[in-house]
Ligand binder design. Structure first.
Ligand SMILES: C[S@@+](CC[C@H](N)C(=O)[O-])C[C@H]1O[C@@H](n2cnc3c(N)ncnc32)[C@H](O)[C@@H]1O
Length: 204
């Protein structure tokens, strides 16, 4: 069944601010974490794979996972052009099905979690599928008034740091780093509104 992200997949990369923000986030990740040529990475809710492709040359393999066929179609095209053989595509919703145990060195999820109704099963699944000492990198919106999605229903209007980090702890993680210096801007009612984006790094 087609979902709302299928409809926007082909034009997703046309907005330069999307790539610019991925670059900002990648710089924080590279500043705070070591990426190695042996790393197995899961880009969860990868969309068109902007983050995974940003990192692919520095790591061993990127698994691009999403629930949208349209988004994954874009990833497939990019992988053909990339030609490194270091990318894998999986269509799955890991808030509902189990991930393989102790597989990944790092799991990165950018602006996905606010779309996931039931987060605890997903966070526990991420924990189970990281190798010991592995990192969960969550990037998402800080608590907002609901205007970010312009009236469209999403399960979470961003997150509060204390609540989010409690969930990480409940899922077995040790929160290690949190920053909220990245800003997304959207025009709402003729005014440019700013939304804070957080980067949360937690260790297994
Ligand atoms: C706002 S987009 C972000 C895409 C990409 N991470 C980026 O930053 O460009 C959210 C993505 O999460 C995916 N998604 C939504 N719910 C999901 C779920 N339960 N499991 C996996 N992916 C999901 C959507 O299909 C969409 O591609």
């Amino acid at each position: 069944m087609e979902n709302s992200f299928d409809l926007v997949a082909k034009e997703w990369d046309d907005k330069p601010e999307r790539k610019a923000q991925i670059e900002e986030i990648a710089r924080v990740l590279e500043r705070e974490l070591q990426f190695s040529p042996s790393d197995l990475i899961l880009d969860y809710g990868c969309g068109t794979g902007l983050m995974g492709f940003r990192l692919i040359d520095k790591v061993g393999e990127v698994t691009f996972c999403d629930t949208s066929e349209g988004m994954l179609g874009q990833v497939a095209q990019k992988l053909e052009n990339n030609g490194s053989g270091k990318g894998k595509i999986v269509k799955a919703d890991y808030s509902k099905t189990d991930l393989a145990k102790e597989t990944f060195d790092k799991i990165i999820t950018v602006k996905v979690l606010h779309h996931v109704e039931d987060l605890m099963p997903l966070l526990k699944n991420f924990h189970r599928s990281l190798k010991p000492g592995g990192w969960l990198c969550c990037v998402d919106l800080e608590k907002e008034d609901g205007s970010f999605h312009d009236g469209e229903h999403v399960p979470h209007k961003g997150f509060e740091r204390a609540v989010f980090e409690n969930w990480l702890v409940d899922a077995g993680f040790l929160p290690q780093y949190y920053s909220n210096e990245i800003i997304s801007e959207k025009e709402r009612d003729g005014v440019l509104k700013q939304y804070r984006v957080f980067v949360s790094l937690a260790r297994k």
